[in-house]
Design a protein around this ligand. Structure first.
Ligand code: PSU
Ligand code: MN
Length: 308
C-alpha cells in the first residue's frame, strides 16, 4: 500500500471549475459511479463526454467528480475522465469510503453520497445524476439503505434526478426523505418519477415548472439561513422514452430473484440490478436510463444558470 500524505491538496478543483466558481458562473457537479459501474463499456465513456457537453449547452461548467490515486478531483481533465471509464480497478466510493481512499492512494468513482459531499465542499450548488439510491426492497431484513439518503439529509445541494432507482422500495424511500428533512419537488409533474418509468405512481407535494422557479427555491433556502439539506428536483423521463412498464415490472422481478439467489449484497447490488435489466431488456432499460440522465443534466445546467 503506497504511503500518501493527505494534505491541502486532498480535494483538487480543475482550473475551469475554480475560475467559474470564483466568478460566480454556473457549475454543475456530475457523479462518476454511473460512468464506471452503472453503464456498460465502451458506451460509458461516450456518455461521460456527452453529459459534460450537455451541461455546457445549458450554459454551465461541468464538474465530474472522482478520486484518482488518493486525490479527490472536482472537474476532470480528458485523460482523467477516460481513466474513470476504462480502468477496471476503479472502485465504487460512497461518502464513507473517501477518507480510506485518500489515505491509501486508491482510485474510485464517486456515488451520489460522495459526489454531493465533495461538490458541496467545493461550493457547487447543483448536481445531476440518473436515479438516487434509497431504501432497498426487503430492507426490513437486509437493512440495505443507500448512504445517499444520509448525505442528502445533511448537504445543501440541489440534485436533479429521475427520482430514485425503481429497483428500490420507492414509498419507503420517500418516507425516509420526509423524515430526513430533504425537500422533494416534481419538475412539471405532481408524480414522483420512477427512474426508468415516467411515474412511480407516488405523489409529490410540490410542482415547479421552470429553471427559474427552481432557482427561486435555492434562493429561498439561502434566505432561510442556507440549506441544511438537499433539494431533490425530480425530473421524469419523457413518456415516449420510458421503459415499457410491463417489461420493467417483469424483468425487475426476475432480477431481484436472481440477486437474492446469488447472495449479492452491499455495494454490488445496484450495479448488478442495472446490468441485469440492460441485458434482459435487450438494452431498452439502458436507453431509458440514458434518456433520464440526459434530461437531468440538461435541466441542471439551466437551473445553475438561473441561480448564478
Ligand atoms: N443513477 C444511475 N446509475 C447509477 C447510479 C445512479 O442512473 O449507477 C449510482 C449512483 O452513484 C448512486 C448509486 O449513488 O448508484 C447507489 O448505489 P448504492 O445503492 O449501492 O448506494
Ligand atoms: Mn446499499
Amino acid at each position: 500500500m503506497p504511503e500518501t500524505t493527505v494534505g491541502e491538496t486532498a480535494v483538487v478543483l480543475s482550473e475551469e471549475v475554480r475560475e467559474a466558481l470564483a466568478a460566480r458562473r454556473p457549475v454543475v457537479a456530475l457523479e462518476s459511479t454511473i460512468i464506471a459501474h452503472g453503464l456498460p463499456r465502451p458506451r460509458n465513456l461516450a456518455v461521460a463526454r456527452e453529459l459534460e457537453a450537455l451541461v455546457r449547452e445549458g450554459g454551465a461548467v461541468p464538474a465530474t467528480v472522482a478520486v484518482l490515486d488518493g486525490t479527490a478531483f472536482v472537474g476532470l481533465g480528458k485523460e482523467q475522465l477516460e481513466r474513470v471509464a476504462v480502468d477496471p480497478s476503479v472502485r465504487k466510493l460512497g461518502h464513507r469510503d473517501l477518507a480510506p481512499a485518500l489515505a491509501t492512494g486508491a482510485s474510485g468513482a464517486t456515488t451520489v453520497s460522495a459526489t454531493a459531499f465533495l461538490a458541496a465542499r467545493a461550493g457547487i450548488r447543483v448536481f445531476a445524476t440518473g436515479g438516487l439510491g434509497g431504501v432497498h426492497r426487503g430492507w426490513t431484513d437486509t437493512q440495505d439503505e443507500s448512504a445517499d439518503l444520509r448525505l442528502l439529509a445533511r448537504t445543501g445541494i440541489a440534485v436533479v434526478c429521475a427520482g430514485v432507482k425503481s429497483i428500490l422500495d420507492v414509498p419507503a424511500t420517500l418516507q425516509r426523505l420526509e423524515t430526513l428533512g430533504v425537500s422533494v419537488v416534481g419538475y412539471r409533474t405532481d408524480r414522483f418519477p420512477g427512474f426508468y418509468l415516467t411515474s412511480s405512481g407516488e405523489r409529490v407535494d410540490w410542482t415547479l415548472d421552470s429553471p427559474e422557479q427552481v432557482a427561486a427555491v435555492l434562493r429561498a433556502q439561502d434566505a432561510l439561513g442556507g440549506p441544511d439539506a438537499a433539494l431533490i428536483v425530480a425530473n421524469p423521463v419523457p413518456e415516449g422514452e420510458q421503459l415499457d412498464p410491463e417489461v420493467h415490472d417483469r424483468v425487475l422481478g426476475a432480477a431481484l430473484d436472481e440477486c437474492a439467489e446469488r447472495g449479492i449484497t452491499g455495494q454490488a447490488v445496484t450495479p448488478f440490478l442495472l446490468e441485469y435489466l440492460t441485458t434482459h431488456t435487450a438494452g431498452a432499460s439502458l436507453e431509458a436510463n440514458l434518456a433520464a440522465v440526459r434530461g437531468n443534466v440538461w435541466l441542471a445546467g439551466r437551473i445553475a444558470a438561473a441561480y448564478a
